[in-house]
Design a binder for this molecule. Sequence first.
Ligand code: ZN
Length: 183
Amino acid sequence: MQEINSHIMNVGKNQVVSITYELTVDGNVMETVKSENPLTFLFGAGNLLPKFESHLDGLLENDPFEFKLSSEDAYGSHNKDAVVSVPLKAFEVDGKVDEDLLRVGNTIPMLDSSGRRMNGIVLEKSSESVRMDFNHPLAGSDLHFKGTVVGIREATTDEIKHGHTHSDKNCDDCNDPDCDHKD
Ligand code: ZN
């Protein structure tokens, strides 16, 4: 029989959870998060894909996990309309185009017409235009995650209020440039 211990914590809402994992797509490793630098996040605050979180819900510290997310539950399908030709002129700075920047496969941060940041991957370059893919790099991919829960703690009141974790008690240390709750 298992000993009942009131200090045992399960992964759940308003807890700060640390995990290590390996992400593979079609057997290729896309991302490795190791215990030296685990992914730490506030559970249930919309920081990660909802389906990702639901697979971790209720786990204990040191519990392993392994699951697949279909592209619909992850970054969606690959949208053909997000592959566009951008005139080469758009990349000119002082009348010159940085050839290094426009190498095929490079990811270039750009702004759309409403000023939102988006990343485009260079697919092809001609003398007049650059074909770029603005889909999420993992769009259209089924994601396979395998990892371990390496830490669970109660979130602080501030963390719950802000919707993210703080490395220290002070929000100035949360390193989140989007945090508008700094006091
Ligand atoms: Zn904060």
